[in-house]
Design a binder for this molecule. Structure first.
Ligand code: 5RP
Length: 226
């Protein structure tokens, strides 16, 4: 199986955990796209009743097109389960997210969820975080100053550029993303605290102590880790 087939496998496996009447956080990304397709199928074919809370415009458009009813995070009193992808997961189940620039809404939905599940192909697993560049969402005003501060601290920052337009990527909240090329993150909690304390930073992509279940797409089938 190639990477896309593994993503499809875990996307489809994850919807087996969805029960009638659940309020469900819907993540963002290519793996989640398969999950939302499978969920839409259950809604249409089995009459499964769920409410989705989306984490990006992209996922909202897809869910709407499949007839999945949606509410915003502020309109629900709880979220039973959020299913999302991840860019990297360490052996102690800490994660980096934001490769799709949706980290802010993804984190808001995740921290308001009773349970969080990540669905990944096996290439996303690594012993230690840092091989995937760490995304930091910043307000455009003063972002050059934030960038320079990161540079001085040796965090190897780069503004994320959209290859199609050659312009800086804008998030759904119209902010920029600075990616930190760190290679290895020795102390993720310390780094997370530093980043979020910087004025102008809206959110950072370390998702720590947040996940309850990981489904890994492996060649011999999906592995559910709880
Ligand atoms: C978006 C994310 C995604 O969950 C992450 O980038 C994984 O994406 P994909 O499933 O396309 O590999 O954090 O901000």
């Amino acid at each position: 199986m190639d990477q896309n087939q593994l993503k499809k496998l875990v996307g489809e496996k994850s919807v087996e955990f969805v029960k009638d009447n659940m309020i469900l956080g819907l993540g963002t990304g290519t793996t989640v796209k398969y999950m939302v397709d499978a969920l839409g199928k259950r809604v249409q074919e089995e009459g499964l009743h769920i409410t989705g809370v989306t984490t990006s415009e992209r996922t909202a458009q897809q869910a709407k097109s499949l007839g999945i009813p949606l509410k915003s995070v502020d309109e629900v009193d709880h979220i039973d389960l959020t299913i999302d992808g991840s860019d990297e997961i360490s052996s102690d189940f800490q994660g980096i997210k934001g490769g799709g620039a949706a980290l802010l809404f993804e984190k808001i939905v995740a921290i308001n969820s009773d349970k969080v599940m990540w669905i990944v192909d096996e290439s996303k697993l690594s012993p230690k975080l840092g091989s995937f560049p760490l995304p930091v969402e910043v307000i455009p005003y003063g972002s050059q100053k934030v960038f320079e501060r990161f540079e001085k601290k040796g965090l190897n920052p780069k503004f994320r550029i959209d290859p199609q337009t050659n312009e800086r990527v804008r998030t759904d909240s119209n902010n920029y993303v600075i990616d930190l090329y760190l290679h290895e993150i020795d102390h993720p909690h310390t780094l997370a605290k530093y980043l979020i304390s910087q004025v102008g930073v809206v959110e950072q992509g370390l998702f720590l102590d947040m996940v309850n279940t990981v489904i890994v797409g492996r060649q011999d089938g999906p592995e559910v880790i709880q």
